[in-house]
Design a binder for this molecule. Structure first.
Ligand SMILES: [Zn+2]
Length: 129
């Protein structure tokens, strides 16, 4: 019952949102902070929400309803965890126009891992010194 109330609040928020934003609106409905965080974890496990950490080591996780974005492409820095969204029309066309036998595509995620510009610059500096 409480989870339904949390989910209702999630649907009212602009996407993506942070746990802090959700906690704020839920507190007005007298939903505890613990319930909000438990619900968020549950919604992620159930693939209702998609969680993205914007920067490693900081409470900057953003959540988004999986229904709002069916095709997701992101570059992820393996060093600092920075995530940047990108959109490649050619990749999208490749996936959406391809026919999978006995399979109906609903979502697609593409993660490209590597090193971001800032980390590359930092690594370059430390090796030069
Ligand atoms: Zn980086």
């Amino acid at each position: 019952m409480v989870r339904n109330m949390v989910l209702h609040q999630v649907c009212q928020l602009p996407q993506p949102f942070t746990a802090e934003q959700l906690t704020k609106v839920c507190q007005e409905e007298r939903i505890s902070v613990g319930t909000v965080y438990n619900s968020l974890n549950l919604f992620v496990l159930a693939h209702i929400l998609h969680a993205t950490s914007r920067q490693r080591g900081q409470a900057a996780t953003e959540y988004e309803l999986t229904t709002t974005n069916t095709i997701r492409m992101q570059v992820v820095c393996q060093n600092c965890g920075r995530v940047t969204e990108f959109h490649d029309v050619a990749i999208e066309r490749l996936v959406t126009e391809r026919k999978y036998s006995n399979f109906n595509v609903q979502h697609m995620s593409l993660f490209v891992y590597g090193e971001c510009k800032i980390c590359r610059r930092k690594i370059k500096k430390t090796t030069e010194a």
